[in-house]
Design a protein around this ligand. Structure first.
Ligand code: NAD
Ligand code: MN
Length: 353
């Protein structure tokens, strides 16, 4: 029997609720499949751990994670801790050292779920957003001087390396090539960001030559929000910088119906390190502990994890079950306009499996 070892890091807020649901669903799926086993180990890292120890994860946390086949993550962020401490202390502290440079975010309108776009339904929005995940605007370069004085200065320097841009462009072109439309939109802002993003455009054009069967176009990020909203069918695969794709993918999730549905894979495509799978949403303080968090984004992230682990049949089965649950309005949580609870959706998903 094939065995996959998964590190589960629920983190904070509703992360704990949705990862519990996801582990339950994936464990049920593995039992039904019979061909593989998922061995989960739980790590209680995050804001509570920080309040006890002063660290979001132990100093040897990465060493502990390294032997795992994948990481199943919830979210980080607590109302009484600064967000930059929690984010950099755990999520980015894993993504960057593990070189998870390709952040992949599929978005689709699932049958049964209403898009806020007046005329959009199933099939009108079917995108994969590829986000550069290790540098750009979130490289962590910068600092503060003259703290507390009137002349205080803060810099936040975006870093674009030729190697970093080339590898994300290649990944994005490969992703586009594997989809039926073979169409990639490169998001940029090279009119205003005249150094890093001009190189970004140049490298896109160079890499495009390696993929003659992929059609591509280029879009300024501000105009991209308009195109996503007004002409969703005109898009397929999208590549953007760390910051731009962060923003565009929340928009994409909202246009597909809810933040609670959207999944993410943080991939180290060379498989030198474990990759990490998580819903795109955060800790959702406003609904934490109420038992109404939508677990679909976490289930879908589990589906991406199974694909990465080579369990394609189980991944397909899980996706069909997600579609069955989405189509059933009695299983919609409040973010989708229903009154189902996390446990109802989880039980419904397992029944659909
Ligand atoms: P959020 O995603 O936590 O919440 C935004 C809104 O969407 C809220 O109204 C919330 O209730 C709703 N929502 C999100 N997920 C949902 C779900 N599964 N089911 C139902 N409703 C859902 O974003 P925020 O409020 O900006 O951030 C809260 C905290 O989370 C902050 O500390 C932030 O730094 C952190 N955060 C972490 C991550 C991450 O760990 N990857 C991502 C985003 C935000
Ligand atoms: Mn985000």
């Amino acid at each position: 029997m094939r065995k996959h070892r998964i590190a589960a890091i629920p983190g904070d807020g509703i992360g704990k609720e949705v990862v519990a649901a996801g582990v339950e669903a994936l464990t049920a799926l593995a039992a039904l499949d019979g061909g593989f086993e998922l061995e989960f180990e739980h790590f209680d890292w995050g804001s509570d751990y920080y309040k006890r120890t002063g660290l979001m994860m132990p100093a040897d946390g990465l060493e502990k994670l390294k032997p795992f086949d994948a990481i199943y993550f919830g979210s980080v962020g607590a109302p009484d801790l600064p967000d930059h401490i929690t984010l950099w202390g755990l999520r980015l502290a894993i993504c960057q050292p593990f070189d998870q440079y390709a952040n992949v975010r599929p978005t689709r309108i699932l049958a049964g779920i209403d898009s806020p776009l007046r005329n959009a339904g199933v099939g009108d929005l079917d995108w994969v957003i590829v986000r550069e995940n290790t540098e750009g605007e979130y490289a962590g370069q910068g600092g503060r001087s003259h703290r507390g004085h009137p002349e205080e200065v803060a810099t936040e320097v975006a870093i674009f390396t030729r190697a970093g841009v080339r590898r994300i462009m290649r990944f994005a072109f490969r992703t586009a090539q594997a989809r039926p439309r073979k169409f990639l939109t490169v998001v940029t802002k090279s009119n205003a960001q005249r150094n890093g993003l001009v190189m970004w455009d140049e490298i896109a054009a160079e890499v495009a030559k390696e993929f003659p069967d992929v059609t591509w176009d280029k879009m300024l990020v501000d105009a991209m929000t308009v195109r996503m909203t007004m002409k969703p069918r005109s898009l397929d695969t999208i590549v953007a910088t760390n910051l731009h794709a962060d923003i565009l993918s929340d928009l994409a999730a909202a246009l597909a119906g809810s933040m609670g549905i959207a999944p993410t894979a943080n991939l180290n495509p060379e498989r030198q390190f474990p990759s990490m799978f998580e819903p795109i949403h955060g800790s959702a303080f406003d609904i934490t502990g109420m038992g109404i968090a939508n677990p679909i984004g976490t289930f879908w992230s589990g589906q991406m994890m199974l694909e990465h682990l080579g369990e394609q049949a189980a991944a397909d089965r899980l996706m069909r079950a997600i579609e069955t649950v989405a189509a059933n309005k009695t299983l919609h949580t409040p973010d989708l306009g229903g009154n189902a609870r996390t446990v109802d959706v989880t039980a419904g998903l397992i029944a659909a499996l």
